[in-house]
Design a protein around this ligand. Structure first.
Ligand code: GUN
Length: 306
């Protein structure tokens, strides 16, 4: 066989972006800093989470946040309220946490029950304790490039790009999904001056026409569209960097649990085309929690708000 033919036969496969490894590196750094703070005789950072109702996914998220906080030596508290808690009662909880000097940062787990106005709740959180980066003041700071709390998932994706030295300058970055939590902030951050950033960004959503033509032009494709396996091989440019934010349980009769976790990207086929790809689980997911802990440490150190 000629050398050319041998090369053609080689199956190309993307480098896997290991979110577990990167999140461990970030958590180790946080853990070291927390230990130094505690060694000085201080209490160290304290993260609180508020959860209303009993959505099983929210319960899982909050439990893993608590476990992660403890793993880096941070204090963690969970405030649980029943589904029928009124908006007024929840606003009082927010006021209490805003005032409590022992709590450095807190999050209100979303979604909230339908009778509660999420925006009203988020606006009540003190921007100085808003470690989710959802308050309009922090969103505004991000939009104009001022230092403030960045939302955890986009911040985690930036860490992944940095860790793997992925070139972003002048690249076409396509973001699928325009949520306030991921797609919208991600598109803003990738367009900012600096690294990772300086990309030419296109934000696509449910009303986008000719989606495939746009995604095929992406050097960096960030997918947060909430549909299992949505991005297929034919939508991806050769050598693209593919970041998958989705996480879904789909039936899997071969698995003892009866299900498996998949992302928004058809991983098995897209990995043959991409240069880098995040797996699900073990890609973006672990970074979100590590970034939340990083924000909590910054809140403790009053890095953004004196
Ligand atoms: N629900 C889904 N993702 C998040 C998140 O990052 N923060 C909060 N508070 N709720 C969520």
């Amino acid at each position: 066989m000629t050398q050319k033919k041998q090369e053609d036969k080689k199956v190309k496969t993307a480098k896997i972006i290991d979110g577990k490894e990167v999140s461990k590196a970030l958590k180790d750094k946080i853990k070291k800093e927390v230990a130094e703070i505690i060694d000085k005789g201080e209490d160290g950072p304290h993260l609180a989470a508020v959860i209303v109702g009993n959505d099983p996914a929210s319960e899982t998220y909050v439990k893993s946040k608590e476990k992660a906080a403890h793993s880096v030596g941070m204090m963690s508290s969970v405030y649980r309220y029943p589904e029928n808690t009124s908006e007024e009662e929840l606003l009082k909880v927010i006021d209490f946490l805003n005032e409590d000097p022992d709590i450095d940062g807190f999050i209100v787990q979303l979604p909230l029950p339908g009778h509660i106005d999420e925006n009203k709740i988020i606006e009540r959180i003190s921007p100085a304790k808003d470690v989710d980066g959802f308050h309009p003041v922090n969103v505004g700071k991000m939009a104009i490039g001022q230092p403030g709390f960045l939302p955890a998932t986009p911040a985690g994706i930036l860490e992944l790009l940095k860790y793997y030295n992925i070139d972003t300058e002048g690249k076409n970055c396509v973001v699928l999904g325009r949520s306030n939590i991921v797609g919208s902030p991600m598109s803003i951050l990738m367009s900012k001056k600096g690294y990772p950033g300086n990309s030419t960004v296109t934000l696509c959503h449910s009303k986008t026409e000719n989606l495939k033509e746009i995604t095929k032009n992406a050097d960096i494709l960030i997918v947060a569209i909430g549909k299992p396996g949505f991005v297929t091989e034919d939508m991806v440019k050769d050598g693209a960097v593919v970041i998958d934010v989705g996480i879904h349980r789909v039936e899997d009769k071969e698995s003892p649990k009866g299900y498996k976790l998949v992302g928004d990207v058809d991983f098995e086929n897209v990995k043959k085309k991409a240069s880098y790809i995040t797996p699900v689980p073990g890609g973006v997911g672990p970074m979100t929690i590590a970034s939340l802990l990083n924000n909590t440490l910054k809140a403790y150190k009053k890095e953004y708000y004196k």
